[in-house]
Write a protein that binds this ligand. Structure first.
Ligand SMILES: *[C@@H]1O[C@H](CO)[C@@H](O)[C@H](O)[C@H]1NC(C)=O
Length: 155
């Protein structure tokens, strides 16, 4: 009997682990998995951060501890919240992604929450060093030709 109880416990643990990993690691390039995760969020089967912009908790994130101006996901708020650091003016501005989305430090935009590995955010903070380095360097550090930065308004 005890053996079965243990087995059941292990099974529940495995399912929970699956749910938790699903929350953070659906492949953005897998439309079926991503679609399922989005449906699960709407069905209430998959949780997502739901911070209220009018009552955000305090955070330890501090632009003055960052070397580079740029965009920073805040893992303390499950990445639904991100900060823009202006080092020259010493200004920290805080933004919130719409519910069901969180800020991807890698893609630098709000994306469906299950597709973002929030805990990995700080690994990509250093990419901010590539911002504001002129028209030939993209965020990921690649040298790019000028033409892809041509005005989108030009016919
Ligand atoms: C997310 O939903 C919660 C609960 O409805 C709400 O309090 C909060 O303001 C929402 N957050 C955003 C960013 O819309």
């Amino acid at each position: 009997m005890f053996k079965y109880a243990l087995l059941a416990l292990a099974l529940v643990g495995a399912i929970m682990a699956h749910t938790i990993s699903k929350r953070q690691a659906v492949d953005w390039n897998d439309p079926v998995a991503l679609g399922e995760a989005i449906v699960a969020m709407f069905n209430g089967q998959l949780s997502f951060p739901q911070y209220n912009p009018d009552s955000l908790p305090t955070t330890k994130f501090d632009c003055s501890q960052q070397q580079h101006a740029g965009y920073y996901a805040d893992p303390e708020m499950e990445c639904q919240v991100f900060h823009v650091c202006n080092q020259e003016l010493g200004i920290q501005s805080t933004f919130i992604c719409p519910n069901m989305t969180v800020f991807s430090q890698y893609y630098l935009t709000c994306m469906w929450a299950p597709a973002v590995d929030c805990q990995a955010s700080s690994r990509y903070y250093a990419l901010n060093a590539n911002l504001f380095q002129g028209p030939n360097l993209d965020y990921w550090g690649n040298t790019v030709p000028n033409q892809i930065l041509a005005s989108p308004n030009k016919k």
